[in-house]
Design a protein around this ligand. Sequence first.
Ligand code: SF4
Ligand code: SF4
Length: 470
Amino acid sequence: MAFWSQYSTLFRSERFGCFLYNAMSNCLLELDQAHYDYLRQLENNPGHAEEGIGDAFFELLREKHVLVEEEENEKLLMIKQYQRNCNCYGQQNLSLTICPTLACNFDCSYCFENSQHDTTVMSDETIDNLMKFITERAGSGKVSLIWYGGEPTLAFDAIETVTRRIFDDGPELESAQLVSNGFLLDKKNPDLFNDLKISNIQITLDGPQAMHDRRRKLLNGGTTYDRIIRNIDRLMDSSYNGSCDIRVNIDKRNMDFFIPLREQISDRYPKKKISVHASKLKTTQPWGLSESEWITYCIKLYYDHGILTKSMFYPHSNETGLCVAHFNNMYVIGPSGELYKCWEDVGIPEMTIGNVNSKSPITKHHIQAQYTIATDQYAHEECKACSFLPICSEICPKTWLDARKNSVNKHDAYCTHYKTHLSECMDVFYDIYLTAETGKKLLNKPVTPLEAYGYRIIQSSRDGLSDQAQ
Ligand code: SF4
Ligand code: SF4
């Protein structure tokens, strides 16, 4: 006999009706009232399954692990854990975040780095050893780079030297991205970004001019908005063939300024490869948004303005790692060749895991292990008992470790937001689905309505939308 899985959730949305979500298969079904009522009974009385409601529906419930055999979930979880470990510890392509300097010409009010005045720039000797590190670690694979800092454009010569040496005698450079405050971009010919294979430049603007200038000043107190905008103008009018991504760090003080900025940018650069995205500022200050406030804000951005926030409205299956901290072949490298496993560790000596200038570059394996093994939810009893484990995939490893170290309310600090906001997020997802469905109808593409079978699959996997009706 099959049992109701602990990973299956029935819920009724005020806006959209009845749904069933299964976290193990990451599948969302829309139900009519009869199917919903049937499943409510089934949830509380497994024997009810025998009465049936149609073989096809019953088979679907089995296929999507809504109903499971004994020990089926344990096996499925083990597979997910195995896949996660393969992904994290396998020798995937090398991915490096390189800080050619930690110096910065800005003094942002919320910066977590305290190294603006450290003027060290990556030396030729460190670049030589970095090249050895890259060649050894990449093996026959490729390398991708993110240029980070400090402000990386303050050490652009090092960016150029490393990239050209990779072209000359390193592995294939798959992609490069530049994370910059945007102030000094006019010092370089935009063609150079193409030459260095920089296909995306991320620039932070924290709102329209007055708001931005209040938060992101020069070290000498000068304003920065005007010059950054002029530099983006120049970039967008140039032969640069990559994209530009404007990041807006959001807290309570500037959350109402995101839309005005976004509108200004889209008016100013029509049909250009430029996007604007909101990012929650990580801070313990009272003006920081709680996770719940952030989700409410993103939902409002969607309903009021049609803006989709990445990784917010539909879960990813928990079969891979999240960031550099989880993956074996990803590192952050500082200007003196020091190696880290997290962007936020940059400049903190006790968080280095080694140095490319040493004969054995990695020496502090325990820090590396801590970021991967100690943050593996599959190894924690409380997570193994949690109904969200199969989709708890977006937890920052550093936040996890800090929360456990400081004994703060761990679950508030790092549990997936679907634990508390599943139906609200699914509402948004379903609304997106309906919009796509309307588009299909307009194009005379086939759409199977709910009424045809009394249930239909809205989403059956982690990527993309599915309207495959049953
Ligand atoms: S551990 Fe967290 S802060 Fe560090 S790189 Fe990963 S996501 Fe970013
Ligand atoms: S971190 Fe929280 S939500 Fe995620 S599996 Fe563990 S207990 Fe569940």
